[in-house]
Ligand binder design. Structure first.
Ligand code: ADP
Ligand code: ZN
Ligand code: ZN
Length: 799
């Protein structure tokens, strides 16, 4: 068993196979599948994953593995299998799939270094001033010519190598301890100068309280410095060492422990089958369809309790924006230090530590956003996906996986049930539950007899006719005033998706667009700049219209800042907290703002998508939605579904407790079924209406989709390639498949590249991946040499 099969870090299809390497003697008993290693590849040293250890190879002359990066496997055997499967499913390279399962800090980067291997010319001396190795950057800064370096390399005086770097920084604290007995220490004490009070105090500490202590703590207790310590360390009386500690992002937070609640009848009915699957280790998939405030989380918590009692582990996914302090507290409150939390607001180091707590079995529950689905547990008893309809569960970059599919893979592997929870399930999941593929569990009413809120839809066109040009309808203003009088609170939600602030000339209608992309630039008030959200281009706001030189150029659209301003003009007595990317950039600010609102320090919480979920405040009795329909005009087959989901979620923030809630929805499309049916609060009629639309237009869940996007700097080249690809697909796929295209992408140009697309709609096409893979292979050269890009997204979440 001296051969390792390694997936190397060279993402290209000809390398998307496994390479054989010899295991050197020093690693013979150490190396295991799932470990990351450094291997020679061409003239480089790169990183790879050991997939398998074997005693066979078909290659004659093998190179040796140079080094291992891990002493514990980074990936379990299950995750290795999952990575390979995910690579196939999403048509991603295996290396990309494997790396996606690890925290950012563990992704290797490479540094170019120069190594002196002989006598070097004087000019190069300055580069290698101290050492025999130098960073490549040092050479670049030295002013020595490349030709000189090349010569030195040819002459064998210098070598260029790649060094694998990783950011796996561990946090340590300096500890102090002694190996001496109390009697020995007492003897030492009598040798210490009686006037060296502090030094005596330190020694006395170890006599009275034997055992290790953190240096910082000890010095602070005795109010002294490291210089007092030094003679004791030098004399070998005390020893210092570094102890690794895990960063705890929630260290400073006080979390009240909670006990299981007594379940309502419908909660108990929903929990029963889940418990049964846990106990019998059956891979069932449950769809827990419960209205907002129906107590889904309590059902999750009690299911997890059962899993922990059985000695197993649990993964809970919640959408990134729902990972609010409130949500985290609910899990930490019940399971305390058994919980690891993974989300993007943590630093890379904190995330790495949370991940290692899982790897080392120091925790049993992982709560996190999408990538927490890869938590390296080895004895999973349940996987829960809350708000399963959320877009963010689909990854946009390679590997373009959906967390739900990964959950089902892992559930099968561990014989563990999956719970998908939502008040507004995705059409896919609800359709599967109706067919009996998933098991439907329902929580039709709110707990504690809280009733669903009352809805009012305001047609903003009527407001305009009545002479009201403000962003607030008269009704919403009146209601907010009333709330302020009654000391109740309002949540104002501004739907910004598909909606932005842009600059337009009132005289000629000219809008300022990005010179590199087909999109208008977005106005940023704080920096007075126009920015492109696709390529990062920015320019100052023009004073005159670039087209007609008129000075009536103004910004349009409604940002949260603008709403806040209007609000303070119309309701000067209102205390407003604004939550958006600008006010929550600093770490902890999210928590602070919500805390202040919870303590009643403001009357109105104004925000974007980030306040749509998970908030639960007793005194919130009014929810106002501005621009409810802004998503409906996007070219996206899920536009209606997303609108319905969002309106239902936001409304769910109102009247969750004793006080009844009211929801006011402002829209220009009051007759659209997604707006109307969200107001009725009933999911089924929406499901039925939307399913008809999907059937007619041949969209999921009736059809699967595959989207190919082809881009090139030359428009004709991009179009023609797409045309050829369409023909290849037509030739190699069955007649049942519908192929649409070539058409320009909704964003027809990004970063000066023209984009065309072709969409495949199919029901059952076993050959699909194979055909696409062959097409990608066919274009391999063009992709490398002519900078042609082909992106494949199987089951794109939206279009
Ligand atoms: P959902 O996730 O379905 O929107 P939550 O789990 O947030 O609903 O529950 C809403 C509120 O009801 C929370 O404050 C929760 O603590 C409370 N709650 C849930 N179940 C019970 C119960 N059985 N008895 C009393 N209160 C409950
Ligand atoms: Zn741009
Ligand atoms: Zn103009």
């Amino acid at each position: 068993m001296n051969i390792a099969k390694v997936v190397v870090d060279v993402p290209a299809s000809q390398t998307d196979r496994v390479y054989d390497y010899l295991i050197p003697a020093k690693l013979m008993d150490v190396l295991q599948p799932g470990m990351r290693v450094i291997v020679p590849f061409g003239n480089r040293r790169i990183m790879g994953f050991v997939l398998q250890i074997s005693n066979r190879t078909e290659v004659d002359k093998l190179k040796e593995i140079q080094e291992t990066m891990d002493l514990l496997p980074a990936l379990t055997p299950e995750l290795l299998d999952l990575g390979v499967w995910m690579g196939e499913q999403t048509l991603s390279f295996h290396i990309t799939a494997l790396q996606a399962m690890l925290p950012q800090a563990m992704k290797a980067t490479y540094k170019k270094i120069l190594v002196r291997t002989g006598d070097i010319p004087d000019e190069l001396q300055s580069v290698f001033s101290k050492d025999n190795t130098a960073l490549f950057e040092q050479f670049e800064q030295s002013g020595v010519s490349f030709a000189m370096l090349q010569q030195a390399i040819k002459a064998g005086q210098v070598e260029l190598r790649y060094q694998v770097n990783s950011k796996e920084t561990k946090k340590t604290v300096r500890m102090l301890d002694t190996k001496q007995t109390t009697e020995e220490l007492q003897a030492e004490l009598s040798n210490v100068n009686p006037r060296a009070m502090k030094q005596r105090a330190l020694l006395e500490h170890f006599i009275e309280e034997p055992g290790p202590v953190a240096q910082k703590q000890l010095l602070s207790i005795y109010q002294t410095t490291a210089s007092t310590l030094k003679p004791l360390l030098d004399a070998g009386i005390l020893q210092a060492y570094d102890k690794e500690i895990m960063r705890d992002p929630y260290e400073d937070r006080k979390i009240e422990p909670t006990k299981p609640l007594e379940l309502s009848d419908s909660q108990a009915r929903a929990l029963q089958p889940i418990l049964k699957s846990i106990l019998t280790e059956k891979h069932d998939v449950f769809l827990l369809h419960g209205v907002t405030g129906s107590g889904k989380t309590e059902v999750y918590l009690q299911a997890i309790q059962q899993v922990l009692d059985k000695g197993q582990e649990a993964i809970v996914l919640v959408p990134e924006i729902a990972l609010t302090p409130q949500t985290v507290n609910r899990f930490k409150g019940r399971f305390g230090s058994d919980v690891a939390v993974l989300h993007s607001a943590l630093s890379a180091g904190e995330k790495y530590d949370e991940w290692r707590k899982i790897q080392r079995k120091q925790v049993k529950v992982a709560v996190g956003a999408r990538s927490a689905i890869f938590a390296p547990f080895e004895n999973l008893g349940i996987i829960i996906i809350d708000e399963e309809h959320e877009t963010s569960y689909k990854q946009e970059d390679h590997p373009k996986y959906h967390a739900r599919d990964i959950a089902i893979f892992r559930g099968k592997y561990h014989h563990a049930p999956i719970v998908l929870g939502s008040a507004t399930p995705s059409l896919e999941s609800y359709a599967r539950a109706e067919k009996g593929v998933y098991q439907m569990l329902e929580l039709p009413e709110r707990v504690n007899d809280a009733s669903m809120p009352d809805y009012q839809i305001i047609d903003m066109r009527d407001e305009l006719h009545a002479g009201n040009r403000s962003i607030f309808s008269r009704e919403l203003l009146d209601q907010m005033k009333e709330r302020i009088c009654k000391k109740e609170q309002t949540v104002l939600f501004l739907n910004r998706r598909g909606y932005s602030t842009f600059v337009m000339c009132r005289d000629c209608g000219h809008t300022v667009e990005c010179p590199h992309c087909d999109i208008t630039l977005t106005y940023h008030r704080s920096s007075e700049q126009l920015k492109c959200h696709y390529c990062g281009y920015e320019e100052p706001v023009p004073h005159f219209c670039p087209s007609c030189e008129s000075d009536t150029i103004r910004y349009f659209g409604t940002g949260t800042q603008k709403v806040e301003e209007t609000l303070t003009q119309l309701l000067p007595e209102a205390r407003v907290i604004r939550m958006d990317v600008d006010t929550t950039r600093r770490k902890g600010s999210h928590e602070k703002l919500l805390g202040a609102f919870g303590r009643g320090e403001a009357d109105i919480l104004l925000g974007t998508q980030m306040i749509a979920k998970g908030l639960d405040f007793e005194r919130v009795t009014l929810v106002g939605v501005l621009a409810a329909d802004s998503m409906l005009h996007l070219p996206d087959f899920r536009a209606a579904e997303k609108t319905f989901q969002l309106l239902t979620q936001v409304s769910g923030r109102a009247g969750r407790h004793a006080l009844p809630g009211e929801v006011i929805i402002q829209t220009y499309s009051p007759e659209h079924y997604s707006v109307e049916l969200a107001a009725s609060g009933d999911y089924r009629p929406f499901f039925q209406t939307e399913m008809q639309t999907r059937r007619v237009f041949q969209y999921p869940p009736y059809y699967y989709l595959a989207l190919l996007t082809i881009s090139h700097q030359n428009q004709v080249k991009a179009m023609q390639t797409t045309q050829t690809i369409v023909q290849l697909l037509q030739k190699h796929l069955s007649d049942q498949v519908r192929i649409l295209g070539p058409t320009p992408s909704p964003l027809a140009r990004i970063k000066d590249r023209y984009r065309f697309q072709c969409m495949i709609k199919y029901k059952n096409e076993p050959n699909l991946r194979d055909v696409i893979r062959r097409i990608l292979h066919y274009y391999e050269d063009a992709r490398k040499k002519e900078d042609l890009q082909i992106h494949v997204d199987l089951q794109p979440y939206s279009l």
